[in-house]
Design a protein around this ligand. Structure first.
Ligand SMILES: N[C@@H](CCC(=O)N[C@@H](CS)C(=O)NCC(=O)O)C(=O)O
Length: 239
């Protein structure tokens, strides 16, 4: 049985991590049986990041490598029916979301004081009180340094918001009439698109990126469509 680590509801979302939401949805798309594992933290992960899975004693980190593993080990193709050009577009969309929009999301959640206090600051609640505040602030500083090294952190908040909004608009254009990214049938990159759409649409965090997402009805309709199809239990809870 496959065990998925790093997937735990937070901030009104299925998971705090869009990458964990992506992997969870790709597991649902694959139809393979799996369970959620307890204690999945970056510290325990093979690559120091969540999500990761354990399958028949093998631990695999990174959502893209997890997908590769599911497809090769179980003879699945989450992009079945897509042309070579569509597969290339799928990869391009995933890279836009995971390697660009993600960092704008991190900026909105970690660098905005109010969002940080109600969101990521709680990641450290389980630590002993004597060290909690230090680790919280050190981690926030580390995220700031990572944003600077990645490059987005060198821009002003308004510039970051502008770039992030362009990526969201590009995603909405790519979905277009839908119902899915590549027509009538969901494929692998819909998991990534869904993960980032819900992560930015949630009103839990406030800021220009959330506002930009909320202005794109295509994103909301698309997320709801995927929720209905793959997360009926959540739709029932919300109803
Ligand atoms: N390329 C990775 C990215 C995963 C990732 O960035 N995970 C974040 C949470 S959203 C994480 O674990 N960060 C912890 C850290 O950087 O220390 C994937 O696709 O799985």
């Amino acid at each position: 049985m496959i065990t998925l680590y790093g997937y735990a509801p937070a901030f009104g979302l299925p998971s705090a991590s869009p990458f964990a939401i992506k992997t969870d949805l790709q597991l649902r798309m694959s139809g393979l049986p799996y369970v959620y594992g307890a204690g999945g933290t970056p510290q325990n992960a093979p690559k120091g990041k969540i999500p990761y899975i354990e399958d028949k004693g093998e631990r695999i980190g990174d959502s893209t490598f997890i997908r590769e593993h599911l497809e090769s080990a179980y003879g699945i193709d989450l992009d079945a029916g897509l042309s070579a050009q569509q597969r290339a577009s799928a990869w391009t969309i995933e890279r836009l979301l995971e390697d660009h929009l993600y960092w704008a999301l991190v900026h909105e959640r970690w660098m905005d004081d109010a969002n940080f206090e109600k969101g990521p600051a709680h990641f450290f609640n389980a630590l002993p009180e004597a060290m909690r505040e230090n680790v919280r602030q050190e981690t926030r500083e580390r995220v700031k340094a990572t944003l600077h090294a990645q490059g987005l952190g060198r821009h002003t908040p308004a510039e970051i918001a502008r770039l992030g909004a362009r990526s969201l608009q590009a995603l909405a254009q790519a979905i277009g009439e839908g119902p899915y990214l590549f027509g009538g049938k969901p494929s692998g990159s819909d998991a990534t698109a869904f993960a980032f759409a819900v992560s930015l649409l949630t009103p839990f965090f406030e800021g220009p990126l959330q506002e930009a997402a909320a202005k794109l009805p295509v994103l909301k309709a698309y997320s709801e469509r995927i929720l209905q199809r793959y997360y009926p239990e959540m739709v029932q809870v919300a109803a």
